[in-house]
Design a protein around this ligand. Structure first.
Ligand code: SF4
Length: 347
């Protein structure tokens, strides 16, 4: 399958997750879906966040933009009463002048109160930062998992299981309809769940349930593994990842997911190209479609360097332009409105 096919499959998995998660009894958890997020060493295709619905609504008071790790340090530790910032915040482990910058950024965003007393900056929280994130689910999308793709994927999944940054790790593959889905015959870690998804109809079956990973315990990051073979007697190199560091990283990823959702693909594409369309697949999901290529295009292909790129004609913009903008702007707004629907309380 080509890259465009994998990209389309990924968007369908996101859509499926938004409709169907959580898989067991529908509980009172809210769900947010995002794509292409992770750490420096590992990026997941699809991320599902299970959230406390009330806390998620409270999160919206901090705005729809993400809070990066520096802002999180400030707002999560900001006191209820006016306090000198160095007395209120834990030592950040880096120079305090960067903390002052974060304080000013938080103030500019209206999510922290500040004042100056005797040349000292005092801070006070506006609202407590809510505990909105409950679980993180990572899904790797591999519509056609042949043996060599499975080998490469197996190493990545071992890394995910060892670090245990996500609560669950899954592989989503295209359903073949065979009695035993071929993916089950591949040598994947047993902790990883397997989902067979039919992307056209969005019906899915769980072929293998994942194990919940120990996110509250130290994880192991595999830095180097021996190549194997008779002459390679070297040991794997690894390091531990402390639970606190994991919790912080999970929240940072969740904040980015909160900001981006999974429909943000359009931000890295060219909806201002005359060939760009959004086409409904199941009567609801807007998938990118390129009229020049006659199918779903990848974000990498749909860029300024695309040889078939043609700007949308000015005539498309005449009605209502520049207030309304052309079709490209309308498509962006449409996707943004759908993204907001999944962030309760966001304006
Ligand atoms: S022609 Fe190129 S830039 Fe235009 S929509 Fe197609 S892929 Fe995107």
């Amino acid at each position: 399958m080509n890259d465009a096919g994998e990209f389309g499959f990924e968007l369908r998995t996101c859509r499926w997750a938004e409709r169907e998660w959580p898989l067991e009894e529908p509980g009172d958890r809210a769900v947010l879906v995002a794509r292409q997020l992770g750490t420096r060493d590992r990026r997941w295709d699809t991320i599902v966040l299970e959230c406390d619905p009330d806390a998620l609504r409270e999160r919206a008071t901090f705005g729809s933009e993400r809070l990066d790790s520096d802002l999180l340090h400030v707002v999560r530790n900001a006191p209820a009463d006016w306090t000198y910032y160095r007395d209120a915040l834990p030592d950040p482990g880096y120079p305090w002048r960067y903390v002052r910058e974060s304080i000013h950024r938080a103030d500019d965003r209206g999510i922290l109160e500040t004042r100056k007393r005797a040349n000292r900056i005092e801070i006070r929280r506006k609202w407590p930062y809510p505990d909105w994130l409950e679980r993180v689910i990572a899904i790797e999308n591999k519509p056609d998992l042949d043996a060599s793709a499975a080998r490469a994927l197996g190493a990545q999944l071992e890394h995910d299981v060892a670090v245990a940054l996500a609560d669950e790790v899954w592989v989503a593959t295209r359903a073949t309809g065979e009695r035993v889905e071929p993916v089950l015959l591949e040598d994947l870690p047993i902790e990883v769940g397997v989902l067979a998804l039919e992307p056209e109809t969005l019906s899915a079956s769980v072929e293998w349930y994942p194990r919940s990973l120990a996110v509250d315990e130290p994880g192991t990051r595999i830095l180097e593994r021996p190549a194997g073979g008779a002459r390679d007697g070297s040991a794997a190199r690894f390091e531990y990842v402390e639970p606190d560091a994991k919790a912080e990283k999970r929240l940072e990823i969740a904040e980015r997911a909160y900001e981006r959702g999974w429909r943000s693909f359009v931000e890295t594409m060219r909806p201002d190209c005359r060939h760009f369309e959004l086409r409904a697949t199941d009567g609801q999901q807007a998938m990118p479609y390129c009229g020049a290529r006659g199918g779903c295009q990848t974000a990498a292909a749909c860029s300024g360097s695309c040889p078939e790129f043609e700007p949308e004609p000015p005539a498309w913009r005449t009605r209502g332009w520049p207030i309304e903008g052309g079709p490209g702007k309308r498509l962006r707004r449409l996707l943004e409105a759908r993204r907001r629907r999944n962030r309760p309380g966001a304006d």
